[in-house]
Design a protein around this ligand. Sequence first.
Ligand code: ZN
Length: 261
Amino acid sequence: MISVSVKIIQDYIPKGRKNRPGYAMAALYITIHQTGNTSKGADAKAHAAYLKGSTAAAAPVSWHFTVDDKVIYQHLPVTENGWHAGDGTNGPGNRTSIGIEICINKDGNLSKAEANAAWLVAKLTGDVKTLKAFPGCMKQHYNWSGKNCPAQIRGRKNGWSNFLKAVESNLKTKKPAATLGSVDRIIGVEVDGKKVAESGVFYDGATYVKASYIVGLIGGNVTGHGDHIKIALPKIKDTKKLESELTSLKLKIKNAQAALL
Ligand SMILES: [Zn+2]
């Protein structure tokens, strides 16, 4: 399934809190977690409130994003570290990875939350230029500290490889940056010397007219749009065969005329 974009709400832990250490970070990795909290209402918003509260500050604990089945909350800029990997003050998990928590609240849809997280990972691999190339950037909390986290993904057969596949499919569907500028002018179209209702555009030194219109003129057919179109060209008549039929007809007429004389 292809995720459409998910809303990201920035709700940062205030500067100066014990769980916002503020060490500059050029992120190399993305660390995936699952919250371990199945309680009703333990969604992304609830975790944002938790991270801004005194319990998380005292721990101290923090991470960058929490993802549920509807929305994503961002708690820290991706250029600052959080305390989520359990590998110490100078551990590569805590100091070089972006932490993502996936919600497992029982009133949420877990597979949708995981799909949203896969979308977020794909987005980050494009946005954060310092990250190692995918999938080299991908870590489980388990990889840093040995904790069984993300527990639900890890507990499922092929859970991790399927999560990476979901990221990959988001990478494939990611649209290239739009490069089209504005159209220079609209161009009229004439067919066999007659002006028609269809128009074209002149852009970047070339004229463009709708493929369905152009192909339709010669009796072909265009279907599909979006990722690709299919063009069915008209069957070209065999002119040699036509010529020989014509020759034999002429001969018959000649013979018939000769018979009449
Ligand atoms: Zn974890």
